[in-house]
Ligand binder design. Structure first.
Ligand SMILES: *Cc1c(COP(=O)(O)O)cnc(C)c1O
Length: 392
């Protein structure tokens, strides 16, 4: 059996060859294995030097200074540390938090944890296009609001939120603003200064880096301190104790460096691939685009299909490695809450497909995907394929 065509880059990306090389050097060079906390000898200092180089690459990607970036194990941990850590540290000045229904579970479940600790959490709905109205955020802020968490790009439907506008509103009010940028950092410019972002979460494995490493940006002037989630060391200013894994963070640094050089050309190419797929399937009756058609990222295309069953649709599409909803929710039997939030019925939320594209994606793969999709939908509806393309 041949491998399915991989169109699930929003779930994870393969590791870039240069990233693998630089990581391997950290693991095999005989002067790099030291513990970066051991600054008293050359082994520790060499590891530390590589780690600080990597920190600078992450900072450059988001317009930050290196001292404001701390390493975590993934974006989930960064989200938890930002939200739980900031809310708990600032609890004396207020216990109200604002987030949105379309957020990743890493954000929603962290907020739910705070809710159980006696915090008040307002969960804003997205509109039918998947967009959070910044005015809605403004209208929800109270004197007790200490934290607002809104993602940049939604991982299921690819809708882009106006984080600059929301950031300005939070800044004027005095609430901290956290952004989950796991899905956007590879494709959209981020500038934490002009976008008034106080905390920002990143994941290496969504940008051709390794799994097992992420980063949290902290505006140290505004976020003086977080309540740490773990205890036992002074690494990362005591906010994230534990020996820093040199090869992992250097891999993330290299991934960020490459993203910065490739973003413009890469996004243009991936936009063309996404549009090619939509041109190939968007004219099938009853195939609906999920999320705003303009305010969206290039690498995600999410569609629902009328009149077919979700399970049969995905079984039919088994030659394509795609997602139903997101990788984080496919194990649930429940239909995607994000799609239900757009007003999609249970049936449409279940009969949905998230295609996502990446650097290795080719036009031939896109054409195979549209042909496969057309054939499967036609077959499930009990009709012969209609387009000439479907018979190729
Ligand atoms: C993938 C993803 C996460 C989780 O990232 P991990 O590094 O796997 O923890 C969080 N938020 C969004 C929007 C994501 O797409």
């Amino acid at each position: 059996m041949t491998k399915p065509v991989y169109l699930d880059y929003a779930a994870t990306t393969p590791v870039d060859a240069d990233v693998a090389r630089i990581m391997n050097a950290c693991l095999t060079d005989d002067d790099a294995f030291g513990n970066s906390s051991s600054g008293q000898h050359a082994f520790g200092r060499e590891a530390g030097k590589r780690i600080e180089w990597a920190r600078e690459q992450v900072a450059k990607l988001i317009g930050a200074t290196a001292e404001d970036v701390i390493w975590t194990s993934c974006a989930t941990e960064a989200d938890n540390l930002a939200i739980v850590g900031a809310a708990q540290f600032r609890a004396a000045s207020g216990r109200h938090i604002i987030t949105a229904a379309s957020e990743h579970p890493a954000v929603l479940d962290a907020c739910q944890h705070l809710d159980q600790q006696g915090f008040e959490v307002t969960i804003l709905p997205a509109d039918a296009r998947g967009i959070i109205d910044p005015g809605r955020v403004a209208g929800t802020l109270t004197d007790a609001t200490t934290l607002v968490s809104i993602m940049h790009v939604n991982n299921e439907i690819g809708v882009v939120q106006d984080i600059g506008a929301i950031g300005a509103i939070c800044r004027a009010h005095g609430a901290l603003f956290h952004v989950d940028a796991a899905q956007s950092a590879c494709h959209l410019p981020i500038d934490v200064v002009s976008q008034s972002i106080d905390m920002l979460s990143l994941s290496a494995q969504k940008m051709y880096g390794p799994k097992g490493v992420g980063a949290l940006y902290l505006n140290r002037e505004r976020v003086r301190r977080l309540e740490p989630l773990m205890f036992g060391g002074s690494q990362e200013g005591g906010l994230r104790p534990g020996t820093v894994p040199t090869h992992q963070v250097v891999g993330m640094g290299e991934a960020c460096r490459i993203v910065l050089t490739d973003m413009q050309a890469g996004s243009k190419r991936i936009t063309a691939l996404r549009d090619r797929l939509w041109a190939g399937i968007g004219d099938i009756p009853g195939v609906l685009l999920n999320g705003d058609s303009e305010q969206r990222v290039c690498h995600i295309l999410n569609v629902s299909v009328t009149g077919v069953e979700g399970e049969s649709l995905h079984f039919g599409l088994r030659d394509l490695a795609v997602s139903a909803g997101s990788a984080c929710t496919t194990l649930d039997a429940a239909p995607s809450a994000v799609l239900r939030g757009l007003g999609r019925s249970d049936q449409l939320a279940r009969a949905s497909v998230r295609f996502s594209f990446g650097r290795p994606t080719t036009e031939a793969e896109i054409d195979f995907a549209s042909e496969t999709f057309r054939n499967v939908v036609a077959k499930l509806r009990g009709i012969a394929p209609t387009s000439a393309q479907a018979n190729v």
